[in-house]
Design a protein around this ligand. Sequence first.
Ligand SMILES: NC(=O)c1ccc[n+]([C@@H]2O[C@H](COP(=O)([O-])OP(=O)(O)OC[C@H]3O[C@@H](n4cnc5c(N)ncnc54)[C@H](OP(=O)(O)O)[C@@H]3O)[C@@H](O)[C@H]2O)c1
Length: 261
Amino acid sequence: MDLGLKGKNAAVTGSSQGIGNAIANSLADEGCNVALSARNQDRLDQAVAELEAKGVKAVGIVCDLSSEAGCKKFIDEAAAALGGLDILVNNVGGMIPGTIDSLDEDTWATVLNLNLMSFVYTTKSAIEHLKKSSAGRVLCVSGVTGKQLMPGALTTTIPNTAIHGFAKVMAEQLGKDGITVNTICPGFTNTESWGPRAEGMAKMRGITPDEVRAGVAAMTMLGRWAEPSEIGDAAAWIVSERNSYQTGTVVEVCGGYTKYI
Ligand SMILES: NC(=O)c1ccc[n+]([C@@H]2O[C@H](COP(=O)([O-])OP(=O)(O)OC[C@H]3O[C@@H](n4cnc5c(N)ncnc54)[C@H](OP(=O)(O)O)[C@@H]3O)[C@@H](O)[C@H]2O)c1
């Protein structure tokens, strides 16, 4: 099936590694040009070179997406470098562990600015470009903690549930312009950031990182973690021109972690 992504332009937030990078690669495999963003220049340059090797136009923009200025810089520079935008993928995020007692005002600001407000600010800046596209698409990346309670996941549950609400409101607002807005909700995905996270959890529980990973796998129906490319390929379908009547939805790609009907 031709997804209709060839020659389209996509901006993906937080995309030098992990899920954002996998989405960028899946889009590039379909001939889509991609603007990448991250703070670390070296990793970004490497990610850009990998995409260019696939024969698409790729540009890396160093920015900090935890402020509105950083988000605007990314979208403005991405649209200028690629010659417009058809697709925005709001992916950036990071997990900061903590409880209602331990988290202070500054930490909450950090959590919410990166994991939620960046989605609002990049979307705000991208709308004028997406309106000019024949198939404008916004895809938000949340996580299963936005759908099902998980012990210790306070700082991801709050932004993820808010992302679902934000995407629904935007879907309604932008529908008349032919722009679809959806959310992809990954389960536990084997990204670089899980290395130190699994070690930290193992230390707290007095078990090994491998035991942490096995415990996570056992919570899914498929009995395993996702590979980033599995999220990337599902995302590429959702934002494709061929997928024209899906909007305002939350698509779970979680190996059967969620158990409600
Ligand atoms: N991995 C999972 O199991 C999982 C499950 C469900 C949902 N998710 C969600 O999926 C998204 C990606 O997760 P991941 O595990 O792929 O993350 P990751 O491996 O930590 O990658 C994060 C990416 O974002 C960039 N980044 C981080 N902070 C940034 C900032 N302030 N400004 C600009 N770029 C920034 C990083 O590059 P720099 O550090 O160089 O800036 C990197 O390219 C997150 O929203 C996460 O909540 C992940």
